[in-house]
Design a protein. Structure first.
Length: 119
């Protein structure tokens, strides 16, 4: 059963890969043209947002772990007692199962030709 699902997924990805590439190209061109909204009635609309620039939100603290690790145990304990430094447990993030489809370059190129002829 899983082999059949994987085969179907590979077939679909092979069919849509050129379309996804074209979508990315069109989105890049629309982004480059600037902020705009294109309304196509019942078909839908496309909104291109303006690019954002970073703004200063304030200042923060930076912890120098290497310098902290060079301190004596007594100095580390003092900083922890003053609640200047708190040691906490660190965990990796949870990761969902992933499905990766790798298409041969030939298949993707042949579909580009098919789609171009169909258009």
């Amino acid at each position: 059963m899983s082999n059949k699902l994987a085969s179907e997924l590979l077939q679909l990805k092979t069919q849509i890969a050129p379309t996804l590439d074209r979508i990315e190209q069109l989105e890049d061109k629309l982004r480059a043209s600037g902020k705009a909204t294109y309304d196509f009635g019942d078909k839908g609309s496309i909104k291109v947002s303006a690019a954002g620039v970073p703004t200063l939100k304030g200042t923060g603290l930076k912890f120098h772990e290497e310098e902290f690790n060079r301190l004596s145990l007594k100095e580390k304990t003092k900083l922890q007692a003053l609640k200047v430094v708190e040691l906490v447990s660190l965990y990796s993030r949870a990761v969902a199962a992933k499905v990766t489809v790798t298409l041969p370059a030939v298949a993707a190129k042949s579909n580009v030709v098919k789609l171009a002829k169909a258009a």
